[in-house]
Design a protein around this ligand. Structure first.
Ligand SMILES: CC(C)(COP(=O)(O)OP(=O)(O)OC[C@H]1O[C@@H](n2cnc3c(N)ncnc32)[C@H](O)[C@@H]1OP(=O)(O)O)[C@@H](O)C(=O)NCCC(=O)NCCS
Length: 156
């Protein structure tokens, strides 16, 4: 299996990113404006766009879930694998790549927010050493749900 992580050209590939996101996240998919603020990466497996990740650098969150500028914090906004390719270890590979990317770009910590019911990603993050740092009331809509905020400290 050949796995590559390729930087997406967000402006040029907006439609393709949004279509992919819709397939993975349905109603939680990001809108155009949100995509335009992020760095996006494709995980290409044997020539197929199997996964997508999006980051925002130097961004953290206050306790109300509002983004704040926070030097040295990498916000992982999305981690997604195509439904038909889930459960084969690709999410784990992508998470390992994200952590390595943050380390090599000298980030001090990673933060991420997930639906409280998303047991899969919360368990996977814990396996990588992330810890829960808070719960943000009503962060998600349709359906309304709290977010669990998690962080991984890379260096003190
Ligand atoms: C979350 C996601 C990225 C994981 O990718 P994946 O390729 O399916 O995951 P993997 O096959 O690499 O599994 C990684 C680990 O996830 C954990 N996991 C997955 N589903 C789980 C569940 N329902 N409950 C508990 N743990 C679960 C396991 O620890 C698993 O490791 P294992 O091999 O020891 O079982 C993928 O399922 C996905 O895109 N889901 C929809 C989008 C989403 O919710 N993204 C996260 C929020 S940004």
């Amino acid at each position: 299996m050949r796995v590559e992580f390729l930087r997406a050209n967000v402006a040029g590939e907006l439609r393709s990113l949004m279509t992919f996101d819709k397939k993975v996240f349905g109603p939680d998919a990001f809108d155009r404006a949100m995509w335009q603020e992020m760095d996006a990466w494709w995980m290409v497996v044997d020539g197929v766009k199997a996964g997508c990740a999006a980051f925002e650098g130097d961004v953290g969150f206050d306790r109300h879930g509002e983004p704040v500028r926070e030097k040295g914090t990498l916000y992982i906004a999305t981690t997604g694998v195509l439904p038909r390719l889930q459960g084969r270890g690709l999410g784990r590979l992508m998470k390992a790549w994200q952590v390595a990317w943050a380390q090599s770009h000298k980030y001090r910590r990673i933060v991420t927010n997930h639906r409280a019911s998303n047991a899969g990603i919360i368990a996977m993050n814990k396996a990588f050493g992330f810890r829960r740092i808070g719960r943000i009331k009503g962060y998600y809509s349709a359906p309304d749900e709290d977010a669990i905020s998690m962080e991984l400290v890379l260096r003190k």
